[in-house]
Design a protein around this ligand. Structure first.
Ligand code: NIG
Ligand code: FE
Length: 407
């Protein structure tokens, strides 16, 4: 069998569709950027190098664990400025909503982002991206939503796309123009939603800059009817949709997302059982964001039991953003999901691999170690996969493969 490279002396966490699956003393062969063979080393066929005779180069994984490359399926990685001062205000008693209503919050990041040119945005996003890559991320979703005017929204998406050219990572972009109401539209939320739906969504689609469309359904953001209009506009131009749903209150966001066949509904602290059932029915993935829950000191837990009972795939993400989750550590997010949400370490790993891939509609390409999938892999110096969620600040990544190349 032909192969470009072989990884041996590792244990493999497969993360296939039907759940976990582990292969001890495994061998993985890579060819043409994809996984060509995976199984117990003792069952492996003889490999010959793709570029002629001889054996392909073999990498000795020294007994580490190999997982799919991590997938961070919900981030606001591209933005300018920080919100450390707002953090201080919240610690003195102001709520996230208080700060937003006083003109801070998302709007303060919007002011900084509008003032930043593409290179400035790209440099700060690259710093955050480097931290994700250092923890094994091979695919990252990046949202707009801090421009709130057509030009800045598209600039954010261009910057996100550029990261793919400068870093070994797959970037999936999401237009989140319906994130907050910009001051130019004060008192005219429906007019803003009309501009986003009728002009900006088609424009982003035509420019090939958005892979999906998102909206923020919340008291401090947009109503279910306004979000529905944005999602319908996206579907009309053939873009998949997702929703920031039920984070601070239950506006029926999960049900709305499911009704539009959304890839995912995200946050979900206040989602009702009916919302969970609707998601199960339509195959909408639950994306839980423990970093935001932690950082906003939320107390209302997402409906884990209902999600499990209804067999809704549960993904996790960093939600990396300056206001509610200044987090660039997927491993810490896994730890938080276990300690705060009582997820198991196995659920947390599936949440950052197989289920996160599904949340991006990429589950046929990435998220598990199976023949034919992309060669996006992470090798960890751990004795068992649960250690990934267990240790805080441990930096266990040994090596990362992107598209079959170690880099
Ligand atoms: O995913 N929930 C809405 N949007 C972001 C926070 C944005 C901000 O505060 O800057 C989130 O948590
Ligand atoms: Fe978010």
């Amino acid at each position: 069998m032909k192969a470009d490279a072989i990884i041996e002396h590792c244990d493999v966490a497969v993360l296939s569709g039907d759940g976990a699956g582990e292969i001890r003393d495994a061998l993985v062969a890579l060819a043409d950027g994809r996984i060509a063979w995976v199984g117990p080393r003792t069952d492996a066929p003889r490999f010959t190098s793709s570029d002629g005779g001889g054996a392909p180069p073999a990498y000795d994984a020294a007994g580490g664990w190999l997982t799919p490359g991590l997938v961070d399926c919900h981030t606001h990685l591209v933005h300018a400025g920080d919100r450390a001062h707002e953090f201080e205000l919240r610690l003195q008693g102001a709520s996230y909503e208080d700060v937003a209503r006083a003109g801070g919050g998302i709007m303060s990041t919007v002011r900084a982002t509008r003032a930043a040119d593409e290179d400035t945005l790209a440099r700060s996003a690259a710093r955050r991206l480097a931290r994700l890559l250092a923890e094994g991320v091979t695919t990252v979703e990046v949202k707009s939503g801090y421009g709130l005017d057509a030009d800045t929204e598209l600039r954010m998406l261009r910057v996100a796309r550029r990261l793919e050219a400068t870093h070994p990572v797959r970037v999936v972009t999401t237009l989140l123009a319906a994130h907050a109401l910009p001051p130019e539209y004060a008192g005219r939320a429906d007019d803003y939603i009309a501009a986003v739906s009728d002009e900006w969504v088609p424009r982003a689609a035509r420019a090939g800059l958005a892979d999906a469309v998102d909206a923020f359904c919340e008291g401090i953001a947009f109503t279910p009817a306004q979000c529905a209009r944005v999602l319908d506009a996206a579907r009309a131009v053939g873009l998949p949709v997702k929703l920031h749903a039920d984070q601070l209150s239950d506006l029926g966001g999960a049900t709305l997302a499911a009704s539009r066949g959304a890839l995912s509904a995200d946050h979900l602290e206040w989602t009702s059982e009916a919302g969970v059932a609707a998601m199960a029915e339509r195959g909408t993935v639950a994306v839980l964001l423990p970093g935001a829950f932690y950082f906003l000191r939320e107390t209302r837990l997402p409906p884990l039991d209902a999600l499990r009972r209804h067999r809704v795939p549960i993904a996790l993400a960093t939600d990396c953003n300056p206001g509610s989750s200044p987090l660039t550590s997927p491993l810490l997010a896994m730890n938080m999901a276990c300690t705060l949400f009582r997820m198991t370490p196995a659920e947390a790993l599936a949440g950052f691999t197989a289920h996160a891939a599904r949340a991006l509609g990429l589950h046929r390409e990435i998220g598990s170690i199976e023949v034919g999938k992309r060669g996006d892999l992470a090798l960890w110096a751990v004795r068992r996969p649960a250690e990934l969620a267990y240790a805080m600040g441990a930096a266990p990544l040994v090596r990362r493969w992107f598209g079959g190349q170690a880099r």
